[in-house]
Design a protein around this ligand. Structure first.
Ligand code: NAD
Length: 323
């Protein structure tokens, strides 16, 4: 088996590689070629940690495996990231462990790739203003990946703690995009594309703040109870997701479903748009929402690409588990 370290993952996987891998696996999911297994996530009663695993199989890309890890809130005080994960890939023909791949950087780029795929397929071509809600660990990855999808000429941003916006501003500066910190209402009114990537548990954007034609990639809600959007947004928008089953249970749609404003049948897997089986946005004035819940197959897709590229470039370590 091979070992692909976090450093190697950063070296071999760009935002463009992640986009390609995630777009392909969303397409495979919608064709029925790839499926996720039930997610396990548990509070382990130690170090206040949330631990779990996400797994699946992509018959088209031949990725079989799991991502294991979670959230350790005390890590920051030890100089470590609070989010920790590792990805295990197995040979689908023999069940043998093929690769152990660092999952921290890959989680960030695969999550950013998901919103970028949604922008590529759902945002208006003439989108010019990008709104960022949230400025935590994931946000800079989101901004970089989104910037490659449309000719944005401005970034508006809001964060609960405005002092944290400086990291996002640095990325905007690198991308040569003017950056402005604004209140949420202004951000909603002026943005063509909005990415929400927070740990909020209440609506941060209201329906009547939004302009017709906006695309929202709602990426922070990946657990029951989290929330970023007013559920009424769902009643008057076209709704897309990575996986419908997750969208209605742990994704942003959970709230609109619970309040009776949305049904699972109203939600389209983005893979159907990628595969040309659903038109996606139908009118310039449509508000489109992508409910990005995060599926294990995204992790397997980017980890498989990292393993392949690391091997090709002689950067993968090798060990044998066999006697
Ligand atoms: P982080 O802890 O680094 O940052 C959290 C962000 O949320 C910060 O901007 C913070 O200001 C904001 N926030 C926290 N509480 C808030 C509140 N009550 N109101 C408004 N903003 C609030 O986290 P991160 O790594 O950047 O991840 C952000 C979110 O994305 C988390 O909820 C995480 O679970 C989720 N996530 C989703 C996926 C996916 O595939 N959809 C993948 C990874 C992470």
């Amino acid at each position: 088996m091979i070992i692909v370290t976090e450093t190697t993952c950063r070296e071999v996987i760009s935002a463009a590689h992640a986009f390609e891998a995630v777009e392909a696996v969303f397409a495979a999911m919608a064709r029925g070629d790839a499926y996720n297994f039930p997610v396990i996530r548990e509070a382990i009663g130690h170090a206040e940690a949330l631990y779990g695993f996400k797994s699946g199989f992509d018959r088209a890309g031949l990725s079989l495996g799991l991502k294991s890890g979670g959230y350790w809130p005390g890590n920051a005080s030890r100089g470590l990231s609070n989010h920790q994960s590792s990805i295990f890939l197995f040979d689908p023909d023999t069940g043998q462990l093929q690769a152990l791949v660092g999952g921290n950087y890959l989680t960030a780029v695969r999550t950013a790739a998901a919103s970028a795929v949604s922008i590529a397929h759902l945002a208006r071509q003439d989108s010019r203003v990008l709104g960022m809600v949230g400025a935590g660990h994931q946000a800079p990855f989101q901004l970089r990946a989104a910037a490659a999808q449309r000719r944005f000429d401005k970034v508006l941003a809001w964060n609960l703690h405005p002092q944290k916006l400086s990291t996002l501003q640095q990325v905007a500066d690198e991308l040569d995009l003017p950056f402005q910190a604004v209140e949420r209402e202004q951000l909603a009114a002026e943005s063509d594309v909005i990415i929400t990537i927070t740990s909020a548990h209440e609506a941060l954007l209201q329906r009547d703040w939004l302009q017709p034609g906006t695309h929202i990639a709602c990426m922070g809600t990946d657990t029951a109870g989290k929330q970023e959007l007013d559920p009424s947004i769902f009643a008057s928008s076209r709704i897309f997701t990575d996986e419908v089953a997750q969208s209605v249970t742990i994704g942003e749609a959970q709230h609109a479903v619970a309040s009776g404003q949305l049904q699972a049948d109203d939600i389209t897997a983005i893979g159907a748009v990628i595969n040309g089986l659903h038109p996606g946005r139908q009118h310039a004035e449509d508000i489109t929402v992508f409910d990005g819940t995060g599926v294990g197959l995204q992790d397997l897709a980017v980890a498989s690409a990292a393993a392949r590229l690391a091997q090709e470039r002689g950067l993968a370590g090798e060990v044998s588990l066999q006697a």
